[in-house]
Design a protein around this ligand. Structure first.
Ligand SMILES: [Zn+2]
Length: 91
């Protein structure tokens, strides 16, 4: 039984990449419970691929927010929406 506790702790502390990406949108929009958000942050801090994905997602969201405040070329906006659509994210 000695192995069970560390294993449980690992599962609690470290969500898988799949789990993390499932929460990506909610994390960015701050819709997660504090403890879930915390686990997410910890995972991304030491997982390069999830960090890159988060940065890319965050950058796209920021770009979309900026779109509402200034005039961007139509094709750039279209590009961004296409980018989101390809990843199954609806704007
Ligand atoms: Zn990961």
């Amino acid at each position: 039984m000695r192995l069970v506790a560390p294993l449980m702790r690992k599962m609690m502390d470290e969500p898988s990449c799949q789990e993390v990406n499932q929460f990506l949108a909610d994390y960015v929009e701050d819709n997660l419970d504090a403890d879930v958000s915390d686990r997410y942050r910890k995972h991304v801090a030491h997982c390069d691929c999830c960090k890159a994905y988060l940065d890319q997602y965050q950058g796209t969201i920021d770009l979309l927010h900026d779109c509402r405040n200034c005039d961007l070329p139509d094709d750039l906006v279209e590009h961004t929406l296409e980018f989101l659509k390809e990843r199954g994210v609806t704007a």
